[in-house]
Design a protein around this ligand. Sequence first.
Ligand SMILES: [Zn+2]
Length: 432
Amino acid sequence: MNHSPLLLLLFLSVFCCKERESSTDVYSAFTGGTIVDGSGGVPIENGVLLIKEGRVVAIGEMGEVDVPENAFVKDVTGKTIIPGLINAHGHVGDVKGIEGGHYSRDNVIENLSIYARYGVTTVVSLGGDKEEAVSLRHVNDNFPQQRARLYIAGEVVTGQTPEEAVSMVDQNHKMGVDFMKIRVDDNLGTSTKMTEEVYRAVINRSHGLGYKIPTHMYYLEDAKKLLDAGSDLLAHSVRNQEVDDSFIELIKEKQIGYCPTLTRELSTYVYGDTASFFSDPFFLREYDQETIAPLLDPSRQEKTRNSQSAQTYQAQLPVAYANLKILNDAGVPIVFGTDSGVPTRFMGYFEHLEMEMMAEAGLTPMEIIVSATKNAAEYLELEKLGVLAPGFWADFIVLNADPLMDIRNLRELDGIYIGGVEVEQRVSSPAK
Ligand SMILES: [Zn+2]
C-alpha cells in the first residue's frame, strides 16, 4: 500500500515534536549526594543516580557511572537521596479537610497529591476504595505525575457467613482491585468480630484469585490465628498485650510483615487537647486554621478526653511501642503504614509523625527508612518500587539534611520525584 508522502511527513513531524517535548527521553543525573538506596546497605557517598524514562538506569559512586554527555545534570552535593516513602496502610478519596464522605475521582487525586508533596510516593489504600479509583491505580507508565502511585483494596470485606463474605471478595475482584482487606476486631467489645470460619473462607478465596490479604487486628490471639489462616500482612500493632515467643516464631516462619500504624492510636486521643503539631509549619503547609478549627472547640476536646475508647487506646500505645521494638529486634519485617486518610489522620504529615514515633519506640533511622521503602514494597509485592536500583521506578526524595542522623531530617525536603519528575510544591496557602 502506498502512503501519501505528505501524510508520512505529517506523521514524522508530529512524532518528532512529541519526542522532543517529552522530558522523559533524555537522561538525568543527580550527582554528588549521598544515596541511601532503601536496601539497608551502606550509603553511597558522592553518588550518581542516573535516570531515563522514569526509571533508574544506573546508581553508584561518581566515576563508576557513565553519565551521557547530553544528560541533564543536577548537582546535589551535601544532600541525601532516599527512595520515596511507601505507605502500606493508608486510605484515599474520602476525606477533605477533617471530614469524610467526599469520595470522588477528583478527591482521590487531591489526596494522592497531598501525600506526594510530603514525600509519600506510593499509597496502598486498604479499604473504602470505589470504582472511581480503579483507573487511577498504580498503573504508572504514564509519567510524569504529580501524585502518589496508588494501589487499592476496594471495599473492606465483611459478612456474617462465608458465602456473604466470599461474594464481596468476588465483587472487589470484578471491580479490579490490587488487594483484599478484612477486619478481625470487636472495637473494644462494642461490635461483633468476624468469625474464624468467615475469614478463613475470605482468605482462601482471595488467595485463589491471586490477591494478598492484609488484615486489621488488635488482639494477640487473633493475630496468631490470622497468621495461621494465611494473612499476608498484619495491618496494625498487637495492642492488648506484649507479644510472646510463639507469635514471634510464627510471624517469622510465615515471613509476614508487621505494620505498626502508631499514629492511628495517637489520633484517637490527641485532640483531647490542642495538638502541638497544629502550630508546626510543616503541618501548616497543607492544613490551615480553618480546617482544624473544629478540633479546637473546647466541648469537642472535652468529649474526646472523656471518651472511654480514646483512654483505652492511649493506655495501650506503650504496648504497641514495646511490641514494635521486640519484633524489630527479633528480625520481623516492619512494614511502614499509618492508617491515614481517615478523618483527623492527616495524610502526608502523619507519615512523618509515624516515623518519629517509630524512632521513639527505639528503631534506628535506617530501620525506619527500610520499613518505608524496601520492606513495604517487598512484603506487599509492589513491583519495581521501594529501592533505588536499575530498572526500578525513579521515585525518590532529595533531602537537605541527613536522615540517618535524625529521622526528623526527612522533613528537610529539597525535592520529591515520581518517575523521575519533580513534584511541585504548593505556591499558595492550602486549599479550603
Ligand atoms: Zn485502615
